[in-house]
Design a protein around this ligand. Structure first.
Ligand code: FAD
Length: 503
């Protein structure tokens, strides 16, 4: 074994971030020497929300070797085919940002470009009608995608809604079975090396001192190690993403779970609705400069499907990111690294992405700074790309019904986003930057959904005759509608393959 191999990794925090990290490291760091220990405090508890995900979570579970249906059962999960944005452009109008592709490209020309040209000539169904995930979502149907690229079902993609507390418990079981040692205890002190500033150990309330070579800060918003001890600094994005509070409450369901998340715009923010097998998760994200806590709570409680099953909880946050995610021998993963509101369900994905990067740049005891700096560069870029995508939802609105919507409509936006919008406005072009999470289909659905319509189409489309264009569109439309109609109902699929124990 090389002499510099890490002996001890200490993870502080046992929320979603802590247990995802513990599970993944236990699965992949199997050198026979490195020990992984997780410290969490029952007294402090975890944030307990974070129940909607995006498709890469499927790969995370699969890399860990987790049986998907066991996972769905254990976490009261449902399948998610996209997000419906209700009232974001104008009150009373809704669109779906689906997972998966639109139509079928022709000679490397994107389907949505063909659609743009055709819609300029005649009335055709909305773009949504050419995406199987969106059509299946609207019809309340679900089946896993087909691996056969010739099948329409291949164009579908999915994620999950799950109970965050059950997910952490599920991963804990997995991680402990793979050798992670869990310690219940509150960290009361972080001990730094006087010469290097590296973290040497953390002291628990019990007096125990837990030493480590690498520390992962999964302590949530407080950033106990990365900020509390290392004073890394935080870059705020509240001028672009001004929502700073959420009130969350679960309620009873009044029907079968729909296979998508709903995000409904409200006077000074928006409300989420996440259907699980045993309940519905709800929350109202809002901006405290334009809405009182009491009014936000009332709005939430007035817009639920059924009776509440717990007391509403208030959460405060500040959108932005840590200036460095990896500082010395400490890596911040989860809320300790930064937060953007859950509009596109990206936080759990950012945890997963940070874990992948940490594994790809796994350090030894020498902590070569180039590894940390590459981790920081890649993570910052990913945060900023997601930030721009979220800002788009606010900026491109026609709502004027409150000071909040007027503010976001009129605010300046990052140049990176302004360029993207202009490029799309011109001929509907979108370019995915290095490894960007959201690709063309994602951007197209939100740009069009938010009322940004290109003034022309890509000239390459003109190589197709109008007759070919019409035939192609009609065939795809029919294939998608028929396929969606034949899929099982979402609730039947769950009942048949992965129903959780009733609670
Ligand atoms: P936490 O859950 O806060 O866990 C922190 C852990 O650190 C806990 O175990 C705590 O006990 C421990 N800890 C803290 N201090 C100490 C100490 N001194 N000693 C010992 N242990 C300590 N993400 C999504 O992907 N989808 C969503 O739909 C979504 N919705 C959200 C809605 C809201 C309103 C908010 C605020 C977040 C949402 N998120 C969502 C984000 C998601 O909840 C988090 O990314 C995820 O739960 C990870 O949280 P965490 O593990 O970093 O922090």
């Amino acid at each position: 074994m090389p002499p510099h191999t890490l002996d001890r990794i200490v993870i502080v925090g046992g929320g979603t971030a802590g247990w995802m990290t513990a599970a993944a490291l236990a699965r992949f760091v199997r050198n026979g020497r490195t020990k992984i220990r997780l410290v969490e405090s029952d007294e402090i508890g975890s944030v307990g929300v974070g129940e909607a995900t995006i498709p890469p979570i499927v790969a995370f579970n699969s890399l860990l070797g987790i049986d998907e249906r066991d996972f769905v059962k254990a976490t009261q999960a449902t399948y998610k085919l996209g997000i419906e944005f209700d009232g974001w452009l104008r009150e009373g109008e809704a669109y779906i940002h689906p997972f998966g592709d639109y139509g079928r490209d022709v000679d490397a020309i994107k389907f949505y470009q063909l659609w743009l040209k055709q819609r300029s000539k005649e009335a055709i169904p909305p773009l949504e009608a050419f995406c199987l995930s969106a059509v299946a979502a609207r019809k309340g149907r679900f089946a896993p995608p087909s691996p056969d690229p010739r099948s329409v079902l291949h164009t579908m993609a999915y994620a999950f809604h799950f109970d965050a507390t059950l997910y952490a418990a599920f991963l804990r079981k997995f991680a402990e079975a793979h050798g992670v040692q869990r310690t219940e205890g509150k960290v009361v002190d972080v001990n730094l090396n006087g010469a290097t500033g590296f973290i040497e150990s953390v002291t628990l309330q019990s007096g125990e001192v837990v030493q480590g070579d690498l520390f992962i800060d999964c302590s949530g918003f407080r950033g106990l190690l990365i900020e509390g001890a290392l004073e890394t600094g935080y870059e705020t994005w509240t001028h672009w993403l001004p929502c700073d509070r959420a009130v969350a409450v679960p309620c009873e369901a009044n029907g079968p779970p729909i296979p998508y998340t709903r995000a409904t715009a409200r006077r000074a923010g928006w409300q989420w609705r996440i259907p699980l097998q045993h309940r519905i998760g709800n929350g109202h994200v809002y901006c405290s400069a334009y809405e009182t806590d009491e009014a936000a709570r009332e709005t939430l409680l007035a817009n639920l499907d059924g009776a509440t099953t717990a007391e509403p909880r208030l959460l405060r946050f500040m959108t932005g990111r840590r200036r460095k995610f990896w500082n010395r021998n400490c890596v911040a993963i989860g809320l300790s690294g930064g937060f953007m509101e859950p509009l596109e369900s990206t936080s759990i994905h950012l945890i997963q992405a940070a874990i992948s990067k940490l594994i790809a740049l796994f350090p030894d005891k020498r902590f070569n700074p180039v590894e940390a700096s590459e981790f920081n560069r890649l993570t910052a870029m990913q945060f900023e790309q997601i930030r721009d995508f979220l800002i788009l939802h606010y900026k491109a609105t026609e709502r004027q019904d409150s000071g909040f919507w007027q503010y976001v409509r009129d605010m300046d936006i990052p140049d990176t986003l302004a360029t993207k919008i202009e490029l799309f406005r011109s001929k509907g072009r979108i370019f995915r930057f290095e490894d960007e999470l959201f690709g063309e289909a994602n951007w197209v659905s939100v740009l069009l959904g938010q009322g940004i319509v290109p003034s022309a189409w890509d000239p390459m489309v003109d190589s197709l005759s109008d007759a070919d264009l019409r035939r192609n569109t009609a065939q795809i439309y029919q294939a998608i509608q028929q396929t969606a109609e034949q899929l099982p109902r979402h609730e039947d699929f769950i009942q048949r393959f992965c129903a959780a124990e009733p609670v």
